[in-house]
Design a binder for this molecule. Structure first.
Ligand code: TRP
Length: 460
């Protein structure tokens, strides 16, 4: 990672290298796959609004906190906290567990995207648009679903092992704008379909009767996941940054870009889901990890001669976004093992690979061989469980501890000083209040409300 920032002598190239690396980490399956199905599931506009508010208050504040902490200490997560006292290392350790939980199931979804990219070439758009049978047949297969997961993992391994990430990130410079252009095109096309405008209204107009603790905790988890927060990665990226690059500007750009891509993905998929399913209730009831893989092929199939090309291009671009994030995730795991166990890079790499293959296979079995295991209730899978533990439980806890640590132990002034090294910090007061009071209270209330709702203590 650091190698990409080699020309960081000039402040300008340093800042853009940082923004690019952070955006490449942030924009991924979280935006294209996860955000739209959550928005569809949790009442559309209500979710979107909650998400927007969370990103532009808590999300950007935490992004600033993490990158500034990294730049201040010049260390990755565990070292950064440890610098202030041995006992604080635990926050870094908890944060470091998160990527290990995410990477196995990220590879599974990555495998689905890889399969779809290939299927548009070899099987054609009609085969994929059959109301979900294609998808179900694929993920429940005992061989194929594993093969494509391994293909995705293999690409990630090779890139991380050869350390050619620099080129990938440069390619990103073209791929990400291309993804946006294609998504805009698909969204515009979708909106012309019968029933789509009703879907757009569901997606854009909040309906406060849909508000629930589950909605808020999901939006919160999605925010951490999508911005790659609360897992140490942004601390590490910040540690590579030179002192002259403006942190405030950079984090607003990263956050804005990330939310822009998510918004578009939702605008493309939620109305499409309406076209296919008819009503908000039906959409909410059926939305889950399969949404992108079942709904979009239906839309593509209606595009006539362009169907194959559009389908292929779309999944290729999503694959690209997934690869850059997958590479960054694995890279994170490798450096954690390397630092933690004091192993050589090669040894750490092999250990992480083995871990990903074994846990990825195990989680994937949740869709076929072990589908009788339903950890979160009927119809749920092990993938849902891994996703839930990392995003809805661990990440909020890490974020809470981080805010308490900065707000009350080392004091916000320390971070403020780091931020002002590279420019004015107009919202210093608001940020301080956010980190000291609002964020800890908010996250605690959300967590408690959520746990209470899980145990049926109250119904919202
Ligand atoms: N933010 C990524 C996405 O939206 C996923 C992700 C979470 C990630 N944590 C990460 C990527 C750490 C790289 C590194 O898909």
């Amino acid at each position: 990672m650091a190698s990409n920032d080699a020309p960081a002598r000039s402040a300008w190239s340093g800042k853009w290298a940082f923004i690019l690396a952070a955006a490449a980490s942030a924009v991924g399956l979280g935006n294209m796959w996860r955000f739209p199905y959550l928005a569809a599931k949790y009442g559309g506009g209500t979710f979107l609004l909650t998400y927007l508010v969370l990103v532009f208050t808590l999300g950007i504040s935490l992004l600033l906190l993490e990158t500034a902490l990294g730049r201040l200490t010049g260390q990755s997560a565990i070292g950064a906290f440890k610098q202030f006292g041995k006992k604080y290392a635990i926050i870094g350790v908890l944060a470091s567990i998160v990527p290990f939980i995410i990477v196995p199931y990220y590879s599974i979804i990555g495998g689905w995207v890889t399969k779809y990219t290939a299927a548009y070439v070899f099987e054609g758009p009609a085969a994929l648009a059959d109301g979900g049978n294609f998808f179900t047949g694929f993920i429940t297969s005992n061989v194929e679903s594993f093969l494509w997961m391994f293909v995705f993992m293999a690409i990630v391994f090779v890139v991380v092992a050869r350390g050619v990430k620099g080129g990938i990130e440069k390619a990103n410079l073209f791929m990400m704008p291309a993804l946006i252009v294609v998504a805009v095109g698909i969204a515009a096309y979708t909106l012309t379909m019968p029933g789509a405008l009703e879907g757009a209204a569901y997606y854009l107009v909040p309906d406060f009767s849909k508000f629930s603790p589950e909605l808020v905790i999901s939006a919160l988890g999605q925010m951490f996941y999508s911005l790659s927060l609360a897992m140490g990665i942004m601390i590490t990226y910040g540690s590579y940054l030179d002192k002259k690059s403006s942190l405030t500007q950079s984090v607003v750009r990263i956050g804005g870009f990330d939310i822009g891509v998510s918004f578009l993905a939702g605008l493309m998929i939620v109305p499409a889901a309406f076209v296919a399913m008819g009503s908000g209730d039906a959409v909410a009831a059926k939305s889950g990890p399969s949404l992108m893989f079942v709904i979009l092929p239906e839309v593509f199939a209606q595009m006539g001669g362009a169907a194959q090309f559009v389908g292929f291009l779309f999944f290729l671009l999503v694959l690209f976004a997934a690869l850059t994030s997958g590479i960054s995730l694995m890279e994170t795991c490798v450096s954690i093992v390397q630092d933690g166990a004091k192993w050589s890079r090669k040894k750490a790499l092999i250990a992480v690979m083995a871990f990903i293959v074994v846990t990825g296979s195990l989680v994937n079995l949740g869709y076929n061989g072990l589908s009788f295991i339903e950890p979160l209730g009927a119809g749920t899978t092990m993938l849902d469980f891994f996703d839930f533990i990392s995003n809805s439980v661990l990440m909020p806890i890490v974020a809470l501890l981080t805010c308490i640590f900065v707000g009350w132990v080392v004091k916000p002034k320390l971070i403020v000083r780091e931020v002002t090294l590279s420019g004015p910090f107009k919202l210093e007061k608001a940020w301080t209040i956010m980190i000291k009071y609002v964020a800890p209270v908010l996250v605690t209330v959300i967590l408690v409300a959520f746990v209470a709702a899980q145990f049926g203590l109250f119904k919202m």
